[in-house]
Design a protein around this ligand. Sequence first.
Ligand code: SAM
Length: 256
Amino acid sequence: MSGAGPDSSTTAELRAELFGVHIPELQLSPEEYRAGLQAAGLAPGERYLELGSGHGHGLLIAATEFGALATGVEYLDDAVERTRRAAERAGVADRVHLLHDDLRRVDPAPFDVVHMHLGPAFHDVLAARLERLLAPDARVVAAGWRVPGWLPDADALEAWDAGYVYRPSDPRTHASWGERDGDDAVELHLHADLRDLEPRLDGIAAPDRVAVSRTASGRGTTILVSLPSDPSVELSVWARDRAGRFTRRGPVFARP
Ligand SMILES: C[S@@+](CC[C@H](N)C(=O)[O-])C[C@H]1O[C@@H](n2cnc3c(N)ncnc32)[C@H](O)[C@@H]1O
């Protein structure tokens, strides 16, 4: 049993320095978990990862009510122990796996749904990793706070107002074409919720007349492409995948 003496406060400070701020009193209610997991479409047999699983309520709900294989990562000893005991009591110890570790070290690649209720500082650290490592149909549930630059799933937004569902490696994109005044050229404004991306143009007659400018906004990128008014031109967005290769993501944008 740990006391509240000087040793334990030093340990707490060390932990805060190593792992960042934690807010264990901010636990989601079972209803909030259910709404988030439903919005993300967690299905039986899917792999669920909770980053900062706290006392384990989310893991138990994912395993018992959604039939998922649940993994939690948490660095607080007592929270890990509590979760272990609760999983045994609920008879799902074989479907609830616990990692007593720093959540920033876990590889999210094998998981179908990743749940996080951590706040903006963690989102900054985690977003680029999730974009690159998750499989194309994986969903991320961010309870409480938006992930800057990522565009949330619109249907989930309708169904659940306490958080956001994203598909980081199948990015959302917004694009609009416009004519450029007094010039035989068009412009495409594109926002994609990816950071490590490049736009590629096909069907362009005069590539030297294409101008591309980009601005980072949060994790996402906004690109302005100015190009000769060629009706056959198409633009696509490519991003680096988990193997470090550029692969095409999202739709191809053709001139209307
Ligand atoms: C706001 S609580 C959310 C708990 C639970 N997921 C919920 O929504 O009810 C954040 C949790 O993340 C844990 N945590 C914070 N930083 C961590 C880190 N670097 N590694 C592992 N766990 C961490 C905290 O101990 C805490 O249990």
